[in-house]
Write a protein that binds this ligand. Structure first.
Ligand SMILES: Nc1ncnc2c1ncn2[C@@H]1O[C@H](COP(=O)(O)OP(=O)(O)O)[C@@H](O)[C@H]1O
Ligand SMILES: [Mg+2]
Length: 308
């Protein structure tokens, strides 16, 4: 649970007034463009840096210096860059980190995590000889070593090709099936949609939060596109007179996009008004925003982010 969390570096605000809750066993997506504050949030929630203000409870423990050690025992992070020793083999790398976490029964654990990321047959390969996708899977294995209650994954597929991305997605889906609580950051909309139970859209502040289906529902405003035979002379007068029109704009192609509550009710009124004003209506029909459009719109409207 996170409440009004804010982090600034001097004048620069990394994220501000962020509040949300993540349930046990939930895969929670933190979606936003570069510089949105995702990594800084992960670093805060995983006790690596202190928030400027606000509170958070992680794995039932309140964030704060006394309890940070307890939190760290229950979580694992897979950072943006895997940070493995390239001159050590896969299993040597994992042994090294298992030692750092003071884990017991190291050999069995390593075998188990390597199996769960389908790397059992590569355990004697040097990490430096592995492709980026495989290294990312080693990093995932490392995060799983301590059998964490909460797994923080920071852009787990950034820089991977489509095949390696799909492999990582499959592994994450398997973890999701097993009920591991996952906090995943990504700048890729389709990744958040595919993997997450719920998604929060962040761009310094939280813009929206909900299941992918709910976001679709909320985000899909209903629009009518109207093609006319000539310019509407006073569009303002015509459109504001019709009830049920929330806003309108002219598209680059010259057609009018009108945001309406109920297209079936409003469309006939628009046609009558336009014809009454002596304007030919060539076509009128409903258009739908894609989730992608709305995501771009949401992250673009943030003026602060643009200035960065
Ligand atoms: N250690 C730091 N010192 C100063 N500014 C930082 C630091 N870490 C991050 N920032 C700034 O905070 C903002 C958010 O960064 P970050 O959390 O890395 O974004 P994201 O992971 O979403 O791309 C950026 O403007 C970045 O420059
Ligand atoms: Mg980041």
């Amino acid at each position: 649970m996170v409440e009004d969390l804010t982090k600034s570096f001097g004048e620069r605000v990394a994220y501000k007034d962020v509040s949300f809750e993540v349930g046990y066993g939930e895969v929670f997506g933190f979606l936003g463009p570069n510089g949105a504050g995702k990594t800084t949030t992960v670093r805060t929630l995983s006790t690596l840096i202190k928030p400027t203000s606000g509170q958070a409870t992680i794995a039932g423990i309140t964030l704060g210096s006394d309890s940070d050690l307890l939190i760290r025992e229950r979580i694992a992070i897979m950072p943006e860059s895997p940070g493995l020793y390239s001159r050590l083999t896969v299993s040597e790398n994992l042994e090294c980190f298992a030692g750092l976490y003071e884990l017991k029964d190291v050999k069995n654990r390593i075998d188990k995590v390597l199996k769960s990321v389908n790397l059992a047959d590569r355990k004697n390969d040097l990490c430096g000889s592995l492709s980026k996708g495989l290294r990312q899977r080693v990093a995932l294995a490392r995060a799983l070593l301590s059998d964490p209650e909460i797994l923080f994954l920071d852009e787990p597929t950034s820089g991977l090709d489509p095949v390696a991305t799909r492999d990582v997605h499959d592994l994450l889906m398997a973890l999701r099936e097993r009920g591991v609580t996952i906090f995943l950051t990504t700048h890729r909309l389709e990744e958040a949609e595919k993997l997450c139970h719920r998604v929060a859209i962040l761009n310094t502040t939280l813009k929206l939060i909900g299941s992918p289906a709910e976001l679709r529902e909320q985000l899909f405003s209903r629009n009518l596109e109207i093609k006319t035979g000539s310019q509407i002379i006073e569009p303002e007068r015509i459109f504001t007179d019709i009830s049920g029109i929330q806003s309108w704009e002219q598209s680059v192609s010259g057609s009018y996009i009108v945001n309406v509550s109920d297209p079936d009710v409003v469309a006939p009124w628009i046609v009558r008004a336009l014809v009454g004003a002596g304007i030919d209506v060539l076509a009128i029909g409903e258009t739908r925003h894609s989730l992608e459009d709305v995501y771009l719109e949401l992250i673009n409207e943030d003026v602060e982010a643009k200035q960065r």
